[in-house]
Design a protein around this ligand. Structure first.
Ligand SMILES: [Zn+2]
Length: 200
């Protein structure tokens, strides 16, 4: 597959039904939170040495996400999996990453399965179980709540939920567009190669 948006990548796995897990480096906190909201197991490491990032990436079989060219060079050298991002926007980064792993769209169903703050798994809670953790006004307005099994944070479908849904729409649109462009580029390349062969 052609690398989208000038993405550079290492150690790509193109297995069918392969769901990648990620390790976001220090500059990518916002991206890590979004990937978690989309349901991807993503750890975020700030303030650790590159050696530690590499070691965890390899031992936990995680795709290392970075904007650091030097770190990416080391990822390639040690044979780990990684994606070098341009870090222009989270939207472009997400599209790049998902295209690399042949993920064609984000399913809204997978949303909110992980805590954006800590990567813990979320479980459904009845409003009667969380009366002391959520303001009464919110309890009155919402029926559906999720609770992080690790950090105990409570989530409900507020304004942020709508923003994430809009982002998913944008991501899915851009992936489709990227896919179409790559397919037409591949077709042009094939035609050019056939024309070259025929000219001999
Ligand atoms: Zn949490």
């Amino acid at each position: 597959m052609r690398a989208p948006f000038h993405a550079r990548s290492a150690g790509g796995r193109q297995f069918t039904n392969y769901t990648p897990t990620f390790l976001a480096d220090a500059m990518l906190g916002s991206l890590a939170r979004k990937l978690r909201v989309f349901g991807y197991d993503t750890i975020y490491l700030s303030d650790v040495k590159d050696e530690v990032v590499l070691r965890i990436g390899i031992t936990q079989n995680r795709v290392i996400l970075t904007c650091d060219k030097e770190l990416f060079r080391r990822i390639v050298k040690v044979g780990a999996s990684g994606v070098l991002l341009e870090c222009s926007s989270d939207l472009d980064s997400i599209v790049k990453i998902l295209c690399k792993y042949s993920i064609k769209y984000i399913d809204c169903e997978s949303m909110n399965s992980r805590c954006s703050a800590c990567n813990g798994l979320l479980v459904e809670k009845a409003s009667s179980d969380i009366t002391t953790q959520v303001p009464p006004r919110i309890l009155k307005m919402h029926k559906y709540f999720l609770n992080c099994s690790d950090c105990n944070k409570i989530y409900w479908q507020g304004k942020q939920f709508m923003q994430i849904k809009a982002l998913i729409k944008d991501v899915n649109y851009k992936i489709k567009k990227e896919d179409r462009e790559n397919n037409s580029k591949d077709l042009v390349e094939k035609i050019n190669m056939q024309a070259k062969r025929l000219s001999f």
